[in-house]
Design a protein around this ligand. Sequence first.
Ligand SMILES: [Zn+2]
Length: 505
Amino acid sequence: MAPSSRRRGRPRRRLVAVAAAGVLAVATACSGSSDLTSSDESGEQGPTTGPMAGPNGGQPPAKIDLSEAESQPVDDPYYPQNGEPYLDTLHYNLDLDWNPATKLLQGTDEIRFRVTEPRNQIQLDFGAPLSITGATLDGKQTKTAERGEQLVVTTPGLKPGGDHTLVLRYRGTPHPVKAAGSRTDLLNVGWTTESDGSVWTMQEPWGAYTWYPVNDHPSDKAFYDATISTSGGMIGIFNGDEVSHKTEGDTTTTVWHVQAPAASYLTTIAIGDYQETTDEGPNGLPISYWVQPQDDNALDWLKESPQMLSWLEATLGDYPFDRIGAVVVPSNSAMETQTLVTMGSGVFHADEVDLRGALLHEYAHQWYGDVVTPDNWTDLWLNESFAMYIQLLWSDSVGLLDYDSTIANWESLDGQLRSQFGPPGEYFPDEFASSNVYLSGAVMLDRIRQEIGDDAFFDALRTWPTVHEYGNANRDDYISWLSDRTGTDLGPLINEWLTSPTTPS
Ligand SMILES: [Zn+2]
């Protein structure tokens, strides 16, 4: 997520206003069933058939090795209400039908998953306004119960080993839910419907569950395919490759495939009067900009993307996915959704430092957050400190900001940020994604750079995204890897910076 900005409405507390005015000029916000294989062939079920069959019938199947999506989910220390640690989802095949006139969503969510312990029931996160209309497990009908924002599915005698197929049909009018922080650019998260029936999402640290049943936790990555049907001249946009696009009568259907496992908070959907503009990044990387007519001004800025991506590749190593792009939505925030960043249209009305910085920031997250994702929300700093620091390096390189004076500025605010929002690695739980995880963490990276020198620092910056590629990591993983790589025990420095209530000396 892009850092919050002074331009994004009035902060709730006076201290925030001081910090924002002083610091945050830096940036703006922040299917037919696929042909699936599994490394473990012991799964006893075949594809479901009949009316509960998976969506996307007739589309070219995508070959996926489900074992690449095997995760080690954990119970979140900050937000344990979302996600289940015994549940490892491998693939979501979504078939969504959205009626912009009636604001009714009808969906089928075909989930391939495994369990890590014997289970007679499993639990998914699922928006309270939505209702299940049918469920099968491995081709047989099964029972479900909706309890608030939890969906309990009966799974008699489920054992670890092998994978299973749960097909859930559901319907309802999705609503966003309250966010975990105080940022005024992000008071609500999840599926958001505009008055004309167009749709967009921002959903960190949760919110995917407002529109599909999901194990909504970053430690559980999965593959995605999605089919979106809608009407009234609108089309649906999703992460990944657009496999097909057709209009029959008033209905337009698009089919999407995500080639690498993604965390649920990194999925995005937008439905509206979108038009695609294509571009090309380094080494022929396909780029798509999806913009509605009222946001055409964004295209002028988005066209800097190839240069930004070239700079990022030079600094961070090869881009880790098969494509990139941006979808512009009616928001004031921005999100690093995987292979298709979600940019609030308000960002494109910010000043140039914030605007260009925010776009660079979300692209930087593809290396820091998307290809390697924190396995718990305590370690949000693993995303934001790095993205903020990389944003500063780039802003300095193009003459938008001066590195030394900006770090000094952030350092001067560190004590205040800690007292207001908590230390960056132990932030107050109701201050998710406040300035401390961005700025204090970025100053920590500058301290690490001073400690180990530029050569070791930039070597580490390029290498870390490949260490847990397409997987997850946490603070301990980073400290032990960085200390090994540099021959310097960086545990004391990093732990103190992440947890001290006052600025470390
Ligand atoms: Zn960010």
